[in-house]
Design a protein around this ligand. Structure first.
Ligand SMILES: [Mn+2]
Length: 320
């Protein structure tokens, strides 16, 4: 919990921060925000991530110092693990031998950390980093403000997803006061992709279709599409939300081939339709309106199973 995190930071000096592979804006923004907070308190801190930082987040202060690692190769008093459901998600070996602090806003997080601070009421981990800064008596520097603002903006769909609360906007307001510039961050995040994103989007949208009720949209991404688009990690961020923009579509499944008969699926829904429950049926997890799962088997068959589960969730909600 928060008080344990505050105590740890007060009593220790050397920290690393990591997040899941293929990090999103909350992962990168919160990690860097926490890094700047620790440094402002006179601590040594660095961010370590498996893989490249997606271009959309590279303009953040400190992003160019993020180290791409496969195993823990520093000596730390503690490693903060941001937004990971379990200790395998960062894709970094040796974490199991570290003092770890699990910080997450997903209720489905396994309590894998030495310390676990889970707040499922937070719109983003960024909001938790802000709360930590306040709890520890830190000052919101311009660097912290920019990183945490990006975390909020990306995890709330620019402040329109259901996780957006009065608290989220209050925090955002404080971050702007502290120097975050919404137009600059918006430009960096949303208008800064390589062309490969547009090319991949063209191909993925070419597969979109609906079930017979018209309430569920399905979309696919093959390995061949990634290759021919010369896509990089992060190019497909937000694709899953595109079919949800259709008036009658209430749930979306977006399946991505990651190997022979191996898939990742992202689920999205509107209103009270709970896709976290659907993901859990297949061993995944997430939030009510946004979840994900890994699955293997025949593509058509697995898609049918997921669509059937989505249909059930919609029926359960009385929306058909
Ligand atoms: Mn998040």
């Amino acid at each position: 919990m928060l008080s344990q995190v505050v105590e740890l930071i007060e009593n220790k000096n050397v920290f690393a921060i990591t997040t899941h592979i293929k990090p999103d804006g909350d992962g990168v923004g919160s990690s860097l925000g926490l890094c700047w907070l620790l440094r402002s308190l006179g601590k040594e801190a660095e961010v370590i991530v498996h893989g490249d930082v997606p271009p959309a987040y590279r303009s953040l202060p400190g992003a160019d110092e993020i180290r791409d690692v496969r195993y823990v190769n520093g000596k730390y008093d503690a490693v903060f693990v941001i937004e990971c459901s379990d200790l395998s998600r960062p894709g970094i070996d040796g974490l199991e031998n570290q003092f770890t602090v699990n910080i997450d806003h997903h209720a489905t997080s396994e309590h894998f950390g030495t310390i676990n601070w889970i707040d499922s009421t937070a719109s983003a981990v960024g909001e938790m980093i802000y709360n930590l800064c306040k709890a520890i008596g830190g000052r919101i520097t311009k660097e912290i403000a920019e990183c945490v603002y990006l975390a909020l903006v990306t995890d709330t769909g620019s402040f329109h997803f259901p996780n957006t609360s009065d608290r989220t906007l209050k925090v955002a307001s404080e971050l702007i006061k502290a120097g975050a510039r919404p137009a600059k961050i918006g430009e960096a995040v949303y208008n800064n992709y390589p062309w490969s994103r547009i090319e991949l989007m063209r191909q993925v949208l070419g597969t979109v279709k609906r079930d017979e009720t018209g309430r569920i949209a399905m979309m696919r991404q093959t390995l061949a599409m990634r290759e021919s688009a010369e896509a990089i990690d992060g190019d497909n961020n937000g694709f899953v939300n595109i079919p949800l923009a259709a008036k009658d579509v209430q749930a979306v499944v977006y399946m991505r081939e990651i190997g022979p008969d191996q898939f990742r699926a992202s689920l999205r829904s509107k209103g009270d339709i709970n896709v976290a429950k659907v993901a859990e049926k297949f061993g995944g997890g997430g939030h009510k309106n946004a979840s994900g799962l890994s699955i293997h088997g025949n593509w058509d068959e697995k898609e049918r199973e997921i669509v059937a589960a989505l249909f059930e969730a919609i029926e359960l909600n009385g929306s058909l």
